[in-house]
Write a protein that binds this ligand. Structure first.
Ligand code: A3P
Length: 291
């Protein structure tokens, strides 16, 4: 059996906290050749990447045999990941389908320039900071290629300081939000909206992508990507993945808005909010931490 990759250290990479699993292929990634019809799904980790990847996969390709045998992380490859011979970029280069659906967690300034030159459609998914932090904490506990999260109290401070893989949540969501002003083919969406009304968000996605799908088809997608369905679908729930320990925490953990209330103490929450106000000064970008 394969040896488990070891837990990485965080280091500063062009001003962003990163780990080597996402920077080792840097040159190749920066030289990546995008195609005009490529669709990039960009997120801060744990904002709903897999959910939106699955929605897009179903919208474009429907329920095919591929759905039943190829895990979502190979259908929608994670561009910058490299774990010895497993390379997201190679997976993208070998994708048999068109359009290619590509996932990235890069902050906007790290995105290979070809995506902008080719004027690709980009979907950014954002999630409220507190739930995002909770989800990331549990993910770091169970995922062997993520840095050790330590205990929750330490973790919250590290999250606030941006000392987690892919850097500061605050910089990430703000950086991508600003990009929306100059790149018209950027659809910025929120995890909370998806939870509130998945069908409505799928309609908006279809509109952005220029897809016409019948009500029946859209309903099939909406039902297919329900949390309970994805949780039990081995091609969507990451259970085929050997770097994660599901005894510690499942990948499809809760899928809720407001789970942060079960983790933050009152004092932690107050401190977090105070710091948040200082960092999130753009009033046009608003998150909901409950619905
Ligand atoms: P929780 O840890 O809060 O449960 P990503 O795909 O970006 O890694 O995000 C994972 C988070 O999205 C997890 O959050 C996961 O449960 C949630 N998620 C995945 N599929 C979902 C779905 N169909 N509905 C709601 N939440 C979903």
């Amino acid at each position: 059996t394969d040896k488990l990759p070891s837990r990485p250290e965080i280091f500063d990479f062009h001003g962003v906290s990163m780990t080597h699993y996402f920077t080792d292929n840097w040159e190749n990634i920066q030289n990546f050749q995008a195609r005009p019809d490529d669709i990039l799904i960009a997120t801060y980790p744990k904002a709903g990447t897999t959910w939106v990847s699955y929605i897009l996969d179903l919208l474009y390709f429907g329920q095919t045999e591929r759905q039943e045998v190829v895990p979502i992380y190979d259908r929608v490859p994670f561009l910058e990941i490299i774990i010895s011979s497993y390379s997201g970029k190679d997976l993208v280069d070998n994708l048999p389908t068109s359009p290619r659906l590509i996932k990235t967690h890069f902050p906007v300034q790290f995105v290979p320039k070809s995506f902008w030159e080719q004027n690709c459609r980009i979907i950014y998914v954002a999630r409220n900071a507190k739930d995002n932090a909770v989800s990331y904490f549990h993910f770091d506990r169970m995922n062997n290629i993520q840095p050790e999260p330590g205990d929750w109290t330490d973790y919250v401070h590290r999250f606030m300081g941006g000392k987690v893989a892919f850097g500061s949540w605050y910089d990430h969501v703000n950086g991508w939000w600003k990009k929306k002003q100059t790149h018209s083919k950027l659809h910025y969406m929120f995890y909370e909206d998806l939870v509130e009304d998945t069908g409505r968000e799928i309609d908006k996605l279809c509109c952005f992508l220029g897809l016409s799908r019948s009500d029946e088809e859209k309903k099939r997608v909406t039902d297919g990507v329900h949390f309970d369905n994805m949780k039990k679908d081995n091609m969507a729930n990451y259970s085929t993945n050997s770097i994660m320990d599901f005894k510690i925490s499942p990948f499809m953990r809760k899928g809720k808005v407001g789970d942060w209330k079960n983790h933050f103490s009152e004092a932690q929450s107050e401190q977090f909010d105070e710091d948040y106000e200082k960092k999130m000064t753009d009033v046009t970008l608003q998150f909901r931490s409950e619905i």
